[in-house]
Design a protein around this ligand. Sequence first.
Ligand SMILES: Nc1nc2c(c(=O)[nH]1)N[C@@H](CN(C=O)c1ccc(C(=O)N[C@@H](CCC(=O)O)C(=O)O)cc1)CN2
Ligand SMILES: NCC(=O)N[C@@H]1O[C@H](COP(=O)([O-])[O-])[C@@H](O)[C@H]1O
Length: 222
Amino acid sequence: MSDMPAQKPRIVVLISGRGRNLEAIHQAIERGELNAKIVLVASNKTRAPGLGYARLAGLPTVAIAPRAFADRESYDTALARRVAAARPDWVVLAGFMRVLSDAFIAPFAGRIVNIHPSLLPKYKGLHTHARALAAGDTHHGASVHLVIPALDEGPVVRQGRIRITADDTEQTLADRVLDRIERPLYAAALADLFEARVTAGDDGALYRDGNRQDTPPVQDYD
Ligand SMILES: Nc1nc2c(c(=O)[nH]1)N[C@@H](CN(C=O)c1ccc(C(=O)N[C@@H](CCC(=O)O)C(=O)O)cc1)CN2
Ligand SMILES: NCC(=O)N[C@@H]1O[C@H](COP(=O)([O-])[O-])[C@@H](O)[C@H]1O
């Protein structure tokens, strides 16, 4: 029996903005709540504030601006090469605001995770909070899912839900979803994946503890 400690899963985190989910993941790791090692923080925005957090935390960072590339596929190929050089076990999207082509997805197929601020399959894409308010929904939330080429269509690992209040605005709802749901939800869902409680079958479905998970667990965070 080897007495070598289990290798921590190596993760690359992709951001485009403030990096609040990056911060939540990093702090969960620092508190010993998530067994992983962030080996690179990469952004498509050279001035992403989340890069500042990463640098202060002593994490390796890189920013690759799309404007230097002729098209989405050439950008995604370059980004994939740089990410692959960090030898990740998982690629974690944390407020990464670009649709990824197969040029990026293929090399990491089945190992890319995203947190989306809606109760998928509702409100794929952008402006999810405004759309939930406009629809008069009673609840809203976030979903952690595996990334496939079809936007926000990948199998969902976990979801979190809160009530929408009568005085909610797009900003108050977005802030509450992020602070109440996304921060704890992402760490819990990543632990499911990293510790293989949840695995992807050849059929594209997820299996939790060996049982097919046709609908994800939904936790209320009110
Ligand atoms: N192929 C996939 N790419 C991405 C997925 C996915 O499931 N499949 N998840 C998204 C994350 N995301 C929502 O959770 C998302 C990000 C970006 C966009 C989008 O329309 N981006 C525009 C640019 C918008 C901007 O710059 O403000 C674009 O890329 O043209 C939609 C959904 C990550 N990628
Ligand atoms: N489609 C992806 C998407 O909308 N992601 C959302 O952007 C915010 C990013 O915050 P951050 O930049 O502070 O991490 C988060 O709420 C995340 O769910």
